[in-house]
Design a protein around this ligand. Structure first.
Ligand code: NAD
Ligand code: GLY
Length: 364
């Protein structure tokens, strides 16, 4: 097992990464406020892993409440939150109960938000079971739900006590979900870690065949990058750069997710195509060379991601992107690439260039 630290002062916490972690109740016990937990999962993950996590906790004398939600991005909403609260109240869970998110980013974001507001805040632990959640969403404390008008529009910053990333769980992950996770892995290379990008170009086949050493290294390196960014700008308040850089491709991608309806494209797929759009705009601004653009697109394609945007129509993209959380005082700040390995936030891209970049990326 490898352990990283998210250095957030009194909110600091470890990320444990490795195989066979789920049944190790002793890794969780030191982080419980009392011997009571509620495990939140979904109808896909619960049959695979809930018992493996819950049984050793029960054997250690912990009272375990189970909450199993329907599976899917379309359920990242108020109804699912209410289902969690109904179950917590029915089981008389008090403020010392620790919520445990067992699943991908949807469950992590939902459970984290429930923890942030249940009885004005209870502790929670992330047990991510997708590549995307192990490399990104379980770390950093962004929690929330979707609104029909925009992705992740309702939420809170609420840091977990612990992240437990059991790499064995990735063995059951569908191929398409693995590729979706690779979009966020590639993101770290593009925005701040050129040596990692070079490594990814050489090791993409090993990652796609789930070679354990390569996969564990990619998870660890991604979490290290994320932990550093979050420690420097926890609440995404930096005027330039900072945590916002983690949203490379996301403004375009969120438009795809919202425009098509949640769940139609996977989040990571939308980020993949959105990253091509961000790279195309960066090229049009004279920042990325043609070669750098092609490297970006080729790596995303090698990860099995879509590199052509959804055909929403340019005006629909522009409308949806106007709802992004990076719109400040009516001005949209995009995350763009100065070079491979160096990203910036930029609010002055000419609208006709943004339109042209979207248009260019929506045709095969
Ligand atoms: P997801 O949670 O929907 O999981 C993907 C699918 O895989 C689901 O059907 C799930 O049930 C299934 N699954 C999960 N683990 C499995 C396993 N081990 N074996 C088999 N199937 C498994 O999607 P995701 O890609 O993990 O997360 C996407 C969500 O994360 C989006 O809502 C996105 O907005 C959010 N996100 C949040 C942050 C953050 O910082 N909070 C960052 C990135 C993404
Ligand atoms: N996934 C973006 C962030 O955590 O800030």
């Amino acid at each position: 097992m490898r352990t990283l630290n998210v250095a957030l002062g009194e909110r600091a916490y470890p990320i444990h990464i490795g195989p066979g972690l789920l049944p190790q109740a002793e890794l969780l016990l030191p982080y419980l406020r009392s011997k009571a937990v509620a495990i939140v999962s979904n109808t896909t993950v619960a049959p695979l892993y809930l018992k493996t996590l819950a049984a050793p906790l029960r054997a250690a004398g912990v009272r375990v409440t189970e909450v199993v939600l329907p599976d899917g991005e379309a359920y990242k909403n108020w109804d699912s939150l209410n289902t969690i609260f109904d179950a917590l109240l029915a089981a008389r869970c008090d403020r010392s109960t620790t919520l445990i998110a067992l699943g991908g980013g949807v469950i992590g974001d939902l459970c984290g938000f429930a923890a942030a507001i249940y009885q004005r805040g209870v502790p929670f632990i992330q047990v991510p079971t997708t590549l995307l959640s192990q490399v990104d969403s379980s770390v950093g404390g962004k929690t929330g739900i979707n609104h029909p008008r925009g992705k992740n529009m309702i939420g809170a910053f609420w840091q977990p006590q612990l992240v437990l990333a059991d790499t064995d769980t990735l063995k059951t992950l569908p191929e398409r979900e693995l590729s979706a996770g690779l979009a966020e892995v590639i993101k770290y290379g593009l925005i701040r870690d050129l040596p990692f990008l070079d490594w990814l170009e050489c090791n993409m086949p090993a990652l796609r065949t789930r070679e354990a050493v390569a996969l564990t290294y990619a998870i660890e390196r991604s979490c290290q990058n994320k932990a550093e960014v979050v420690a420097a700008d926890e609440f995404e308040t930096a005027k330039e750069g900072g945590r916002a850089l983690l949203n490379l491709g996301h403004t375009f991608g969120h438009a795809i997710e919202t425009g098509l309806g949640y769940g139609e494209w996977l989040h990571g797929e939308a980020v993949g195509a959105g990253t091509v759009m961000a790279a195309e705009l960066s090229r049009r601004l004279g920042w990325l060379t043609d070669l750098e653009f092609e490297r970006t697109r080729a790596l995303l394609a090698a990860a099995g991601l879509p590199i052509v945007g959804a055909p929403l129509g340019v005006e629909r993209y522009i409308d949806l992107m106007g709802h992004d959380k990076k719109v400040i005082a009516g001005k949209l700040r995009l995350v763009l690439l100065k070079h491979l390995g160096e990203a910036v936030t930029y609010g002055d891209a000419p609208p006709e260039q943004i339109r042209a970049a979207i248009e260019a990326c929506c045709h095969a």
